[in-house]
Write a protein that binds this ligand. Sequence first.
Ligand code: ATP
Ligand code: MG
Length: 439
Amino acid sequence: MALLTKAPRGTQDVLPSQSSRWQYVEATLLNTARLFGFKEIRFPTFEHTELFIRSVGDTTDVVQKEMYTFTDKGDRSITLRPEGTASVVRTALEHGLLNDALPMKASYVIPCFRYEKPQAGRLREFHQFGVEMFGSQSPNADAEVIGLVKNCFDTLGITDIALEINSIGCPECRPKYLKALREYFAARQEELCPTCQERLEKNPMRILDCKSPVCHDIAKDAPTGLEYLCQECKEHFEGLKKRLELMGIEYTVNPRIVRGLDYYTKTVFEFISQNIGAQGTVCGGGRYDGLIGQMGGAPTPAIGFAMGLERLLLVMDQCGAEFPPEQGCDVYIGSMGEAASLKAVELTARLREEGFSAECDLMNRSVKAQMKYADKIGARYSVILGENELSTGACQLKNMKNREITELKLDDSFVDAVYQQIMHSCYMDLEDSVEKMEL
Ligand code: ATP
Ligand code: MG
């Protein structure tokens, strides 16, 4: 029975009182992406399991430990998406998006699913904002995508976040690096966790971001990839750094960053906060020039990132970022008696037709209780209708903030008159805030 009123472990409810925070953040992120020419793409919550095994990579934590995979009634293996990139590549290939003018740019806000140990900033259902750009191999693309993240953080008022970048090379230069890593880790093979012992042959780079403390410790002195980069990768990385400097974006090079997914090449980056606990990586991304070819498309360079919205909100709270005030009720129309209640229903409907947020009594409350409710929902104005108002055809519109009263007729001019008052009070609020800014 208790299960009936308890959400599954690792999930989070967003209550009506909190949802405007999410709406604001999501709208800001998608709008910022739009400024950079990224349009929203939507794709299914589940895909064929094979898609993630092939693209995310079968030596990753995500595929080895974290996927929500099940067999559907048609005997297909289905997986709830653990991330968005694989699906965007699949969508682009299925719909021929790469045949249009390149680069192809797309953004998304999606729930993702990973079977992990829940803790602060780590859930089983979480949300990502991400973008993907297909077709450009220029470091301009890397700089643009990183610049987009920076712009999002600036717009949301996030201050305490640091950019770390690295290059993990390409199929040309990586084998040499992997060989060096294999040699390094082989010497301490017995100490590695069982998963990493298996990874040693196939993908020793994965050991660098293993969450086990022992592996983490051993990895500290492992050789770093930067000295193994080929000429092209080196130039690309230098090109990115130059652009970030020109754009005034601060960064540090962290050769430890390899990212958790198999498909990355060349540039990888993370935006990290020191103030939200162990799960400080708010955004991770990078280049994955090999993935589209590997999935059967024409070889196409690509870059993208994903940002965790739960962690983003934690950072916003931590650094005191402001959220816009909630849009409340414009007018509450209270009433006393059946005839007045009918009139209230009619006027409320007319106000809503004109785009106002209006409410009337649904609870058969006393006038006093109705006014208390109007206060509680933060109504900007209120009106009370009773026998007197109906017989005189006039009512009093009360400004709930400064208690000012305006006489209004209860005829066709009512909605217009309310509109005038609301505009007036918006103007006064604006003047107030300008005055405050000037002080
Ligand atoms: P971590 O190292 O924290 O496990 P990751 O490398 O698995 O992260 P990515 O796959 O790169 O993460 O996902 C991008 C972003 O999505 C992360 O930086 C984080 O903000 C968010 N994220 C990933 N997994 C979770 C989760 N289980 N709960 C909440 N947010 C998550
Ligand atoms: Mg992870």
